[in-house]
Ligand binder design. Structure first.
Ligand code: MN
Length: 203
């Protein structure tokens, strides 16, 4: 099998399509500059590893593995994030399908889930993510905070929904008002995709 580099995935919608919640300029910058930088970063590390192995040179194993984990998690999380967003006109206001039942069983109501997820996002220190994952050991959806991009995504925990709360995700539109951005996020969640992810996990 031929080795392939990482590629920046295309969005499933246009840069303008998440307006007014995320502006064209903000989305374009986030995708084409920030997300692209993690793709480029991960590929550069793979090239360095290849070269070191070819030349029989010892690299800085700690620095390389750390940087790879940062960039690879960054590109993975952004891909998941874009896919769990949708233009407001194409999505429902609330969860649907099995996912809706899962949320009600765990949190009592959608409103309660929304509040806890928003609090998780608001309280992430510095740059990070709010994530709803599904734990296959306990059969429960769980809220997690991800620092920077270095995830706690291990096979037991599968990502259902993520929200990027790095300042680069919202500073053009909301300046430093993260809470306003988090509130806007609820208008453009692709609940169908979230329910599909749950379906794939439970299969
Ligand atoms: Mn980001």
């Amino acid at each position: 099998m031929e080795k392939k580099p990482y590629v920046l995935p295309e969005l499933g919608y246009g840069y303008k399509d998440l307006e007014p919640w995320i502006s064209e300029a903000q989305l374009q910058l986030h995708h084409q500059k920030h997300h692209a930088a993690y793709v480029k970063g991960a590929n550069a590390i793979l090239e360095t590893l290849d070269k070191n192995r070819q030349d029989g040179v010892d690299g800085d194993a700690k620095a390389l593995a750390k940087a790879f984990s940062f960039n690879a998690a960054g590109l993975l999380l952004h891909a998941l994030f874009w896919e769990n967003l949708a233009p407001a006109a194409n999505t429902t206001a609330k969860p649907t399908g099995k996912f809706a039942t899962l949320i009600d069983n765990e949190f009592g109501s959608f409103e309660r889930f929304k509040k806890e997820f928003s609090q998780t996002a608001a309280s992430a220190e510095g740059s990070g993510w709010s994530a709803l994952v599904y734990c296959r050991q306990t059969n429960r959806p769980l809220l997690m905070q991800i620092e920077k991009h270095n995830t706690n995504v291990i096979p037991m925990f599968r990502v259902l929904l993520v929200l990027d709360v790095w300042e680069h995700a919202y500073y053009l539109d909301y300046k430093n008002d993260r809470a306003k951005y988090v509130e806007a996020f609820w208008n453009i969640v692709n609940w169908q995709e979230v329910d599909n992810r749950l379906g794939a996990i439970l299969k």
